[in-house]
Design a protein around this ligand. Structure first.
Ligand code: S3P
Length: 172
């Protein structure tokens, strides 16, 4: 069964784009972060606080593997860090996987995250200056993993609808 896997840094628009892609293609969307929260019966913030990041990464890996193995065609939206842990980046290259890196610039990410950081434990307590520097370094560190995706779609200055069309084009 085919899996369309959307990945990219926090704030690149994975969930919104996946929801729209799902409506247009009629392929069900699975949001990895949401499924983790349902399984753990707590929010991502609470998982980080109570059990720490390593516990979160383990759960994230197990559930990602499980979603890839299901018998359905799906769109799977990853968390921003998913490709960067537990060799998850190798799973982006699987035969039945169409992985797409939604690539955004530091400016785009900063502008989207600056008012929207409270649910994201990695940046929740940073001020604006710290956040900009963190995003720049972190994105650089993570790029190796994101670039393992089979396809890349640039989201800067593109509407959600335009990005969905860009995705459909790279998949056909
Ligand atoms: C994370 C991104 C989050 C979530 C967790 C860790 C990361 O997902 O999985 O807070 O390491 O970048 P989003 O990219 O959907 O915000």
């Amino acid at each position: 069964m085919k899996k369309i896997v959307l990945l990219g840094y926090m704030g690149c628009g994975k969930s919104t784009i996946a929801q729209n892609l799902s409506k247009i293609t009629n392929i069900p969307f699975l949001d990895l972060d949401k499924i983790i929260e349902e399984r753990a019966k707590m929010s991502i913030n609470e998982i980080f606080e109570k059990h720490g990041e390593i516990y979160f990464r383990k759960l994230e890996h197990e559930i990602f593997v499980e979603l890839l193995q299901s018998d359905e065609n799906n769109i799977i939206g990853l968390g921003g860090g998913t490709p960067c842990y537990a060799n998850n980046h190798e799973l982006l290259k699987g035969e039945n996987v169409d992985s797409i890196y939604l690539k955004a610039s530091i400016d785009t990410l900063y502008n989207r995250l600056v008012y929207n950081k409270s649910k994201r434990p990695l940046i929740a307590n940073m001020n604006e200056e710290e956040m900009r520097e963190f995003i720049a370094k972190h994105l650089f560190d993570r790029s190796f993993y994101y670039n393992q995706a089979k396809h890349k779609v640039v989201v800067d200055d593109r509407s959600v609808e335009e990005t969905v069309q860009d995705i459909i084009q790279v998949l056909t």
